[in-house]
Design a protein around this ligand. Structure first.
Ligand code: FAD
Length: 372
């Protein structure tokens, strides 16, 4: 019997699930709000861990292609004091493939492959039906019925309310993101300072992190424990206002470090949110969640990895039990909840150390994760 399965959201989690289902010959409908794959800038770089994101790509049959697209040298990490002193300068061995970096856009294209995504399909809500399955509602009033709806629609999921009343809460850290293009030719001094991978400076309750993507692009993240402004969040037109306020907030830091802010182009300002670390829900046949929709946590290198692993595992389980979708979904939830909780606790504690009162804690955390 052919089941009707819908995945809401074409992010890393939803696309991995769809690819694995596809690989096993199951048909799936991917509903994505964006008008097309290039409707938004794809964002920066992701590191995919060996036992998580890379394992998911292996299950999707895409590990070899990932090897060709990813940047193992991007694992390098340099940490400076706010005064510019180099505290750590870690470089991976040439054969180190533990956490290679990949541009989000490259990962999206790799996962998309020949998948058929229904772009421009923003879901407004989902209702589980008493006799099993669920109904998906769209903005234009249309409704569609599926045997299983998987909400992979990120932090502000429209599927989640069918299962749980939880909403993400602000965690007290503001992040401002900016970018530098063609850094090697336009800002060679900064390019040397950043190195091949990531570059971080930790101060009291604030940090500045720069991360290389491919083609000379660098994303810069300023994170601090206070809202930038108590009023409305500034829009893109206020780039110079945001830059001036950031330079004030990081006053006294070494001039080459502050050049990351001086040369940044557009600024994106967001507060960080998370779901409760123990977020779970009573099982409802016909609807489930994965990725950020299920367990939004601080952005410390786990979210995309978890979303992809969950997508791949759920896809394999559904393919192995086509007669009993519900059994596979229950197993997915039982596997996801404790693992996500562990990562939510780790990343919450990690963020408190990276953007906290004592910058030495940030270095100590790095040494624990990267003891060599
Ligand atoms: C600055 C930053 C850096 C990060 N770095 C890393 C890292 O290095 N490694 C890592 O593992 N994680 C990282 N993360 C976390 C990671 O980005 C997320 O955890 C990951 O993207 C979650 O994947 P997802 O598929 O669950 O959701 P998302 O990536 O949020 O994808 C959700 C998709 O659903 C679509 N959608 C939303 N609402 C609807 C709707 N109503 N109807 C239809 N479609 C909808 C969206 O358009 C989107 O395409 C980082 C996060 C940030 C903010």
């Amino acid at each position: 019997m052919r089941h009707r399965i819908a995945v809401v959201g074409a992010g890393p989690g939803g696309l991995t699930l769809a690819r694995v289902l596809h690989r096993h010959g199951l048909s799936v409908t991917v509903l994505e709000r964006d008008a097309g794959p290039d409707a938004r800038p794809p964002g920066g770089s992701l590191d995919l861990h060996e036992g998580m994101g890379q394992r998911a790509l292996e299950k999707a049959g895409l590990l070899a292609e990932f090897g060709a697209l990813s940047r193992p040298e991007g694992q390098a990490m340099r940490i400076l004091d706010p005064d510019g002193t180099v505290l750590r300068d870690w470089r991976p061995r040439p054969d180190d493939r533990a956490n290679p970096e990949i541009d989000r856009g490259h990962l999206r294209d790799l996962l998309l492959g020949s998948l058929d995504v229904r772009w421009g399909s923003g879901v407004t809500g989902v209702t589980a039906e008493a006799e099993g399955g669920a109904r998906v509602r769209f903005a234009d009033g249309r409704q569609e019925r599926y045997d299983l709806v998987v909400g992979a629609d990120g932090a502000w999921s429209r599927v989640r309310p069918a299962l749980s009343p939880a909403t993400p809460q602000c965690i007290g850290v503001t992040a401002v993101e900016t970018s530098l293009d063609e850094v090697d030719s336009r800002h060679p001094g900064l390019a040397r300072l950043i190195g091949d991978g990531s570059f971080a400076v930790y101060g009291v309750r604030r940090s500045l992190v720069a991360q290389r993507g491919s083609g000379g692009q660098v994303k810069v993240y300023a994170q601090f424990r206070a809202p930038l402004d108590r009023g409305a969040e500034p829009g893109p037109a206020d780039a110079e206002v945001v830059r001036a306020r950031l330079l004030e907030r990081y006053e006294g830091w070494a001039p080459p470090v502050l050049d990351l802010l001086r040369h940044g182009t557009a600024f994106v300002h967001r507060r960080l949110y998370a779901l409760p670390v123990d977020h779970a829900w009573p099982h409802v046949p016909g609807v489930t969640l994965l990725g950020d929709a299920a367990h939004l946590m601080p952005p410390l290198g786990a979210g995309a990895n978890l979303a992809m692993l969950e997508g791949a595992e759920l896809g394999e389980a559904l393919a192995a039990a086509p007669a009993g979708l519900d059994e596979a979904v229950r197993a997915h939830e039982q596997r996801m909840w404790p693992r996500a909780r562990r990562w939510a606790e780790l990343t919450t504690a990690g963020l408190n150390r990276l953007v906290g009162p004592d910058p030495a804690e940030a270095i100590a955390l790095f040494d624990e994760v990267q003891p060599e």
